[in-house]
Write a new protein. Structure first.
Length: 139
């Protein structure tokens, strides 16, 4: 038989997994749509880093409300979490930009594949940043 204190500990262990699942649902839908838009507008001639910049801003704005309310159920100050969210996304954007600059411009890889990989790298970084920096749970 499981003791009540063990139930509480098990619920705490499951919380990051639930957050990761919710993060994935919000992010997968948003990023898939934006990636296909990225492919479309780069096909028609927009430079990859410019396309990524525009779509990154749109995706970040869309994600704030979903992640704040649903993924991390954050109850803290809107302005404080908004500023931290901006900082996290600024770092995420820089990571994405450097990946494109390095692998496309310097090494010559196809931007379509590099951007797909960059989405995964930045998503991992942002999950950790959101969980511990942007939408932390009060102790």
């Amino acid at each position: 038989m499981i003791e009540p204190s063990e139930n509480i500990q098990n619920a705490r262990r499951d919380k990051p997994a639930l957050q990761l699942l919710r993060y994935g649902v919000v992010g997968l839908g948003t990023n898939l749509a934006l990636y296909f838009i990225y492919l479309f507008i780069t096909y028609w001639g927009l430079e990859p880093k410019k396309a990524m910049t525009v779509l990154y801003i749109i995706g970040a704005l869309m994600g704030f409300f979903g992640h704040r309310k649903w993924t991390f159920t954050h109850q803290g100050a809107f302005l404080g979490s908004g500023i931290r969210y901006f900082i996290a996304h600024l770092l995420g954007y820089l990571i994405n930009f450097i990946i494109l600059l390095t692998f496309v411009d310097k090494l010559g890889y196809a931007h379509q594949w590099v951007q797909a990989g960059a989405i995964l790298v930045v998503a991992g970084f942002l999950f950790v940043a959101f969980r511990y920096f942007v939408f932390p749970k009060p102790e």
